[in-house]
Each structure stands twice: as C-alpha cells, then as structure tokens.
Design a protein around this ligand. Structure first.
Ligand code: XIL
Length: 299
C-alpha cells in the first residue's frame, strides 16, 4: 500500500490517529487524516468532562463530529474513555462512595449506549494502576469505591454496547519486567478466568527518555495475547521519532497475531500533546518524516 491505513489493512490491521474535533476545519490536517488513517480516537471529546459536564446532562456534539467524520469515510473509531481518574468534571471529582460508583456506572451505560454500534473498541477503564514498583492500583476516587470498580465498569459497558471490543488501557505497561505491567497482566488473567467481559488491552506506548521503548515489548504484547485478549497500541508517540524505534514497534505488532493495530497520538508534531518532543510521523507543516517512511516500509 501507499498509505499507512491501506498498508495496515493488507496485513489485517488498522493504522489510526488521535483526532481533535476543532481541527476538522483545518484542511491541511484533514487531508493527511483522510489519506493515511483508517481508525480514529477522539483525543479529548469522549472523556467524562466532555460527555457529562453536568451530572445527568450529556453532551455529545464534538464526539459525534469525529465519529461522523470517520465513519462516513470508512474509518473506524476507538472510544476513549468511559472511566478514568483524570479529566473528570468537577461534580464527579467531588463525589465518593456508592454515589460515585452509581454515577460512574450510569456514565458508562449512557455513553456506551449513545454510541452503540459505532465504536470498534472502547477504552472502558484508563490508567487504573500505580506507577513504580508497588504493583498496586492507583489511588483515586473511583478506586476508593471498591476494588471491583473496574469489573463493574466492564460489565456495564458490555450490557450497553455488546458489539464493541472492551479494552483496559494504560501507559508504562510496555516493559514486561516492570511491576505495573505484571499487575495489569494479573488483573486480565483474573478477569478472563472469572468471565469478566474484557476483550483487549491497550498499550498507550508514550515512549520517551524516562520510559523508553525496550526490546521485550514484543514479549509483553504476546504474553497478554496468550491470555485470550486482543492487544492494541493505542497512543503511540516516540520522543525524537527515531525511525528505527517506530519500525520496531510496527514489527512487534505484526509479529503478534492478536495485535489489531496501531494508533499514533496525533498527526503532525504540532498536534502532539508533547510537541516539543517532536514525537510523531509528520512535521508541523505536514511533511512525512523519516519515521513515516520506516513505518510504511515495515507495514
Ligand atoms: C491527553 C491529550 O492528548 C491532551 O490534549 C489533554 O490535554 C490531556 O490528555 N493518556 C491518555 C490520553 O489516555 O487521554 C492523554 O491525552 C494522554 C495520556
């Protein structure tokens, strides 16, 4: 193929990007989006603060803009994210206990129901594990409602949108030897053994000097896949955009049958949440970088 999406599709995979609704009026942006990608993730528009800014009042306009842009052009959509400790609206930040548990489950149900049938995979729960060597859950208002909050969210999502794949998504879960990776692995193994409805694990894969790509990444992907879940690379960016590292990530995904695809976290360096790291595949003026050529060649 001559584009990322078409080449990935030839291998039975997808190649996606995060998309910001407010950029859909930028033709330089949409030209690359429409040409290169066959999966999109709303960068912020499906987060809790965007979709339920006031309790019980749902707001789907900018998320729908992205979903409609994508699906009308044959692209699929990853839904991101139904339950997360971050980017919560003020009303939720101030909640706790059973009221918060109920509000979280209602949020999952309402949003997944609204988009039912239109989402390829939901990041049902995002970033629920702590960094460092503890292997513990991250402390958060959601975690304090009880350790079973994650499986409760997955069950609510399955009931609301039974056709979507349901993913657990996190960062710094790339290095197989790290406690956080092992802790997520143990949770997924437990969920599979008890019939909790989980279909996939998302690896954000924000690689930088503090958390670099390591060669055991392929072992991580294949070990999770061996539990009976799909794996997806959901938010890829690489500080400095080394062509060799991008190539390795693509090769690792292609080496794992259950790696469905790769999403980069933005199109041009200027679109990146970490733009000073110039971590993406296109320059700020929209030119293909050496990393782009490496990815296309590896696909
Ligand atoms: C980031 C967005 O890119 C920014 O625009 C926003 O200000 C903060 O969130 N992990 C995730 C993503 O799961 O939702 C985050 O996205 C990046 C880290």
């Amino acid at each position: 193929g001559t584009t990322l999406g078409a080449s990935a599709a030839e291998k039975g995979r997808y190649f996606g990007t995060a998309v910001a609704a407010f950029k859909l009026s930028d033709s330089a942006y949409t030209t690359i989006l429409n040409r290169e990608f066959n999966m999109v993730t709303p960068e912020n528009e499906m987060k809790i603060d965007a979709t339920e800014p006031q309790q019980g009042q749902f707001s789907y306009g900018s998320a729908e803009q992205i979903v409609n842009h994508a699906r009308s052009r044959g692209m699929n959509v990853r839904g991101h994210t139904l339950a997360w400790h971050s980017q919560q609206p003020g009303w939720m930040q101030n909640m706790s206990g059973s009221a918060l548990r109920q509000a979280m489950l209602n949020h999952v149900t309402q949003v997944a129901t609204h988009f039912r049938g239109q989402i390829y995979a939901w990041d049902v729960v995002n970033e629920a594990f702590a960094d460092g060597s503890s292997g513990a859950r991250r402390d958060s208002n959601l975690q304090r409602t009880g350790n079973d909050w994650i499986e409760a969210a997955f069950r609510a999502a399955r009931a609301a949108d039974p056709g979507a794949k349901l993913c657990y998504n996190d960062y710094n879960t790339d290095n197989w030897t790290h406690a956080k990776t092992q802790a997520v692995y143990t949770m997924v193994r437990d969920f599979k053994s008890r019939g909790v409805p989980i279909d996939c694990v998302g690896f954000q894969s924000h690689f930088n000097n503090d958390s670099p790509y390591v060669s055991n990444y392929r072992t991580t992907l294949s070990s999770f896949a061996a539990l009976g879940v799909d794996v997806q690379i959901t938010e890829l960016d690489i500080q400095g955009a080394s062509a060799a590292t991008y190539r390795s990530v693509v090769e690792d995904c292609l080496a794992v049958a259950r790696c469905n695809g790769i999403t980069v976290w933005g199109i041009r360096d200027s679109d990146s949440w970490r733009s000073s790291q110039t971590p993406l595949l296109f320059t700020s003026s929209g030119a293909k970088k050496p990393a782009y050529d490496a990815v296309l060649a590896a696909l």
